[in-house]
Design a protein around this ligand. Structure first.
Ligand SMILES: Cc1cc2nc3c(=O)[nH]c(=O)nc-3n(C[C@H](O)[C@H](O)[C@H](O)COP(=O)(O)OP(=O)(O)OC[C@H]3O[C@@H](n4cnc5c(N)ncnc54)[C@H](O)[C@@H]3O)c2cc1C
Ligand code: SF4
Length: 338
């Protein structure tokens, strides 16, 4: 049994105060990831700080025409909010591709960004894992690595980030609002998650005494030409082998802007500004999208069991971009591969 203190934060300042000077403290929101990890002895917080009653549950218009989404907005509340459905359908689609209805009712925006990898060795305390215990070794590199990273991995860790929401937020250029002892700051979602390097135990660039207060969506939601495609072993209740969030702006059949983020392939949502730039001015064709996929995957590296993911990702990228170009986005409600 893990012995821990339990506190309920009165407000954001109180949550920061309770975190400060307690490196073993953890915030708890919906609890759908943290409680599982505590039951498996993977997480052993000395102090649990309940933030679930903080007033961070609103979705508000920003002055520039975007939206500010509170960190405690439930995943289901966000996906079914009319403003999100109409203006940011890519985000709604990505959320509905994840977990189950019950989990989405409990899971929060902040918790979704902070959820930990699903590498089986990370959950198995009988095996070495650098993410669980720094410098203990990585069991996946020479073990079962079918689900693991093909991009951005290191010799210390080849785990992937499991979040669907983060992949859509990366494609939408979302911002993360953070509060800590020295005040508030904002970080691009694409800078929020880290590559593993030598310190895979640190998933994000959030400091230990900071709290996510909101996610900000910029005004452009790309509601006409978007698609989120998630390829997984089962069509529900499974994490992505590969997922693709794609948005396009078209002038006729010519691409004026393209953004593509990959999930299930790296320690963070994967984008390449250079590859996206090269699509500008091109016609929206299979040929150009195939070239783009090659460029996005040029650094991809296979391990013993996950080589199939490179070709899977290549095909998924082309399919998702074609769906976005023809305004026929992937349906998450009907769970069909279009
Ligand atoms: C069976 C199962 C299937 C799932 N399938 C999917 C899937 O297909 N796709 C997918 O994307 N997800 C999936 N999930 C994961 C689910 O989305 C996450 O568990 C959930 O989003 C976490 O949110 P939470 O509020 O419950 O977080 P919690 O469990 O409360 O917290 C998780 C982490 O976030 C930290 N945290 C929480 N809020 C904040 C904050 N405001 N600021 C800073 N840190 C914070 C906590 O300290 C903790 O470290 C699945 C989960 C389960 C159990
Ligand atoms: S891939 Fe990462 S999470 Fe998995 S065993 Fe290796 S170090 Fe641990």
């Amino acid at each position: 049994m893990i012995n821990f203190q339990f506190s309920r934060a009165r407000d954001v300042a109180d949550a920061i105060l309770l975190l400060t000077g307690h490196p073993g403290a953890k915030l708890i929101a919906g609890g759908t990831n943290l409680i599982d990890l505590m039951k498996e002895n993977v997480e052993q917080p000395s102090r649990l700080i309940d933030i679930s009653r903080l007033p961070l549950r609103t979705i508000e218009e920003t002055a520039d025409g975007g939206l500010r989404v509170g960190a405690l907005v439930p995943n289901s509340g966000l996906a079914y909010d009319p403003l999100i459905e109409q203006r940011y359908p890519l985000l709604a689609s990505a959320i509905l591709a994840g977990a189950s209805a019950q989990l989405r009712n409990m899971a929060s925006v902040g918790g979704n960004l902070m959820q930990r990898t699903r590498c089986a060795y990370f959950y198995d305390t009988a095996t070495p894992c650098n993410k669980r215990t720094r410098s203990s070794g990585c069991s996946a590199i020479d073990g079962l690595n079918r689900n693991h990273a093909i991009l951005g991995a290191s010799n210390s860790c080849i785990a992937t980030n499991p979040s669907d929401m983060s992949v859509a937020l990366a494609a939408l250029d979302a911002l993360v609002h953070i509060a800590g002892p020295s005040g508030e700051r904002t970080m691009a979602l694409t800078d929020f998650h880290r590559l593993p390097g030598e310190t895979p135990d640190i998933d994000t660039n959030l400091e230990a005494d900071e709290i996510i207060t909101a996610v900000e969506l910029p005004p452009r939601g790309f509601a006409s030409n978007y698609s989120y495609l998630k390829i997984r072993d089962r069509l529900s209740y499974a994490f992505a082998l590969v997922s693709v969030a794609a948005v396009l702006e078209l002038e006729g059949n010519a691409i004026s802007e393209a953004r593509v983020a990959l999930g299930g392939v790296a320690h963070k949502p994967w984008r390449s500004a250079e590859a996206e730039m090269a699509l500008r001015g091109q016609a929206a064709t299979v040929e150009h999208f195939s070239r783009f996929a090659d460029s996005l995957l040029q650094e991809a590296k296979a391990r013993s069991h996950n080589g199939f993911k490179i070709e899977l990702a290549r095909r998924a990228i082309v399919r998702t971009l074609m769906q976005a170009a023809s305004a026929t986005p992937q349906s998450q409600a009907h769970k069909k591969i279009a």
